[in-house]
Write a protein that binds this ligand. Sequence first.
Ligand code: HEC
Length: 125
Amino acid sequence: MKRRLIFLITILFSLFITSCKYDFILPVPEVPITGDVSFATQVAPIFSTGSKCTSCHKPGGQSPDYTAANAYAAIVPALVNKTTPAQSVIYTFAGTTTATHSWKKLSAGEAAIILQWITQGAKNN
Ligand code: HEC
């Protein structure tokens, strides 16, 4: 009887801990960015400043290549979702806790700039 109870509790507990569903989509930032976001001066530098992303994502390195000269072609249209900007891979990926990117997340401000840029049509401006 006691064993059965322990067994039952174990099962229930494991169901409980495995039932958590994580939502990796970043919350839409509360402070909206106003005005036109420029890809060249605001978005591209997010990836290359301090080699945050371009330490790996560079020519001859990990694709996509996010260095300033190649970033736009690498990101648009493949990694943006203009219909649902918040689901764009470029927006969600580095903000997730996936193993590869857990240590190079976008800051909330950077994510907001990227989201706003996609919302404005992901222009090469
Ligand atoms: C330490 C190396 C490294 C750094 C730094 C890095 N990445 Fe990556 N990235 C990878 C690897 C390896 C892959 C492919 C494997 C995977 O999907 O995890 C990848 C894949 C991706 C993908 C998926 C591309 C696709 O076609 O699905 C995106 C988007 C991405 N990275 C964005 C970023 C961004 C944005 C940054 C900077 C904030 C960044 N990465 C920094 C190594 C890195």
